[in-house]
Design a protein around this ligand. Structure first.
Ligand SMILES: O=P(O)(O)OC[C@H]1O[C@H](O[C@H]2O[C@H](CO)[C@@H](O)[C@H](O)[C@H]2O)[C@H](O)[C@@H](O)[C@@H]1O
Length: 368
């Protein structure tokens, strides 16, 4: 799993970059993006004061290390690791595209795509994390040639509303809600031949408890300006991107106070978000395995899964691929961080370029 230090660096650096953006541009971008709810967020970003470690804020609790690590000054790889070594071990999937294509040659490519931070840039308002039409076209193009799945922390309904492509497989709620394409849109599995629809919900029994905790967290967070609780059906997200850092400790304590009463739920941290989900042996890696099996690739060595993601939760899928010794994981990041992925891409625009190249390489002979 990636360490908190590496993981959090990107957010902090983005905040630092925002601070040096000309004020007029920054204000226009913020105004276009943020609703009333996010005024706190704009204020913090404009002041460039999201660098908690730099500000010397000390907050007790499990977020503290992670917040401290958010500073680029503190961001580091594991002890002994060096950046050149990291770049050599995790080269750009674009610069090394020919190597990727050569490794996939003669194999059937299956594409797995995370959503936030991979297909859409990270924005302050989670409800406005739209993907561009260009990106949608790139994904549509890929899905024409290869089975393609979206694997997201969001609920299926939410992520579908952003992606809007019926021909894809969707694994929402961090893989705990899986749905294949409709029969009409399905190209790749055996539904057309009368096979069963691809569907899996391993956390079904947790639905009532998740709903209960959603209500409690919403009430608890109501007094924290900028906090947002998102219901992702089988898991919950408590966003603190727009919460003033002086309130992060209160938010952390409030979330933990609610979760303490639910030993079947666990808490983890994503990109300026706390995630609450069932204690269940199921993650994005299991979703990847389930989908490969549903597509008939279990035990076959002529399959080449490509998984692209930016989040700590995507590491579970990268590990599965590493253990299988098949396919590649591609981490979307601008900064070195610990990862099991083999390659990197810097941002969603590079993901789009990579997807386009993949389609082009198909017409040049890669089996898929
Ligand atoms: O697995 P993913 O598709 O990457 O989903 C992970 C979380 O993504 C969303 O939050 C993140 O993106 C937001 C929009 O850019 C951003 O405002 C937030 O700070 C990020 O953490 C989503 O809202 C969460 O529910 C997902 O769990």
């Amino acid at each position: 799993m990636t360490n908190h230090a590496g993981f959090a660096a990107e957010d902090a650096a983005a905040a630092a970059a925002a601070a040096v953006t000309p004020p007029s541009q920054a204000a226009a971008a913020a105004a276009a993006q943020a609703g009333k709810h996010f005024s706190t967020c704009k204020k913090a970003a404009a002041a460039g004061n999201m660098d908690l470690a730099g500000a010397g804020v000390t907050i007790p609790g499990f977020l503290l290390d992670s917040m401290r690590a958010s500073s680029p000054r503190h961001a580091k790889l594991a002890a002994g690791a060096d950046i050149d070594d990291w770049l050599e071990k995790h080269p750009s999937a674009l610069a090394w595209f020919e190597s990727v294509a050569a490794a996939a040659n003669g194999k059937e490519i299956v594409v797995f795509l995370d959503y936030d931070g991979t297909l859409s840039p990270i924005v302050t308002d989670p409800d406005r994390a739209f993907m561009t039409d260009d990106m949608r076209e790139a994904v549509r193009g890929v899905a024409k040639h290869f089975p393609t799945a979206i694997v997201s922390g969001r609920s299926i309904d939410k992520v579908f509303n952003f992606v809007k492509l019926e021909e894809l497989y969707y694994a929402g709620s961090h893989g705990m809600d899986i749905k294949g394409p409709t029969a009409a849109a399905s190209e790749y599995h055996n539904m057309k031949k009368g096979g069963a629809a691809v569907t899996r919900q391993p956390a079904l029994e947790f639905l009532p408890v998740i709903e209960e905790v959603y209500q409690s967290l919403t009430a608890k967070m109501a007094s924290i300006k900028g906090a947002l609780v998102e219901n992702n059906k089988f898991c919950l997200s408590v966003h603190f991107r727009c919460v003033d850092e002086s309130e992060w400790g209160v938010l952390d304590a409030g979330v933990r106070a609610v979760i303490e009463g639910y030993p079947d739920l666990r808490l983890s941290k994503g990109r300026k978000v706390l995630e609450i989900r069932p204690v269940l042996d199921w993650d994005k890696g299991h979703a990847l395995q389930f989908l490969l099996k549903s597509l008939g690739y279990e035990g076959r060595n002529d399959v080449f899964p490509i998984y692209i993601g930016d989040d700590r939760t995507d590491e579970d899928a990268f590990k599965v691929l590493r253990n299988m010794g098949q396919g590649i994981g591609i981490l979307v990041t601008k900064f070195p961080k610990e990862t099991t992925a083999s390659y990197t891409l810097r941002e969603p625009s590079e993901v789009k370029e990579f997807l386009r190249k993949l389609v082009k390489s198909k017409s040049n002979g890669t089996k898929g």
